[in-house]
Design a protein around this ligand. Sequence first.
Ligand SMILES: Nc1ncnc2c1ncn2[C@@H]1O[C@H](COP(=O)(O)OP(=O)(O)OP(=O)(O)O)[C@@H](O)[C@H]1O
Length: 229
Amino acid sequence: MITLSELQFCWPGAAKKIIDIKHLHIEQGQHVFIYGPSGSGKSTLLSLLAGINRPSAGEIVLLGQAQTGLSNRQRDQFRADHIGYIFQNFNLIPYLNAIENVTLATEFSTSRKQRVLQSHKSIACAAKALLQALELPDEVLMHPVVNLSIGQQQRVAAARAFIGQPEIIIADEPTSALDSDSRNRFIELLFEQATINNATILFVSHDTTLAPLFEQKLAITAQNLGLSS
Ligand SMILES: Nc1ncnc2c1ncn2[C@@H]1O[C@H](COP(=O)(O)OP(=O)(O)OP(=O)(O)O)[C@@H](O)[C@H]1O
């Protein structure tokens, strides 16, 4: 569950607010498509939700936890425990293999590690199962990810976001380098994993042909923000 109230954000030195949201509520488990023109503030909004930047005013409540009162360290821990982030450029460690890249996400969160070990005999086994569910071929599991195709790296990035069942998955234009068949299949796989965990997905893309796949659409423009179903 995500609630934003009177949320404002202005980059230091900028003349006007880039984010100005009166109220927004997203129920747990929703798949939300966030779109808007280049420069409208989509990535800025994600950085606020992930606690990377702090709002200039207003409140973000994630999973019942108000984020404003948290210290930087507490926000970092909250992110490690509850948020899986799929970056546009994936941010994988190039010389580590696929399984190592995925297990890394649990190194910063005891709760994610414990959740994994409730259902798997090791973190590596869980990483392998997730990568297989996301259709990464077995023969590349042990290759350094720098040698993987873009579509394969994207699956590793998704598995890293999902391991340990974080409640919120943030995906910032993760499909921009893919053809339309691979794009749709990747989104289907994301939804399958999210449904297993009842995770909320916040998915940013320029590609509005993807919007019908999502239950909710969030349009961001320079002036306003609206949610539709
Ligand atoms: N670190 C920063 N410091 C100052 N201004 C920034 C910073 N990051 C982004 N901005 C500004 O904030 C505005 C919104 O940028 P943002 O990256 O959030 O847009 P976006 O909608 O994600 O764009 P795109 O679709 O091109 O990725 C832009 O005017 C940008 O120049």
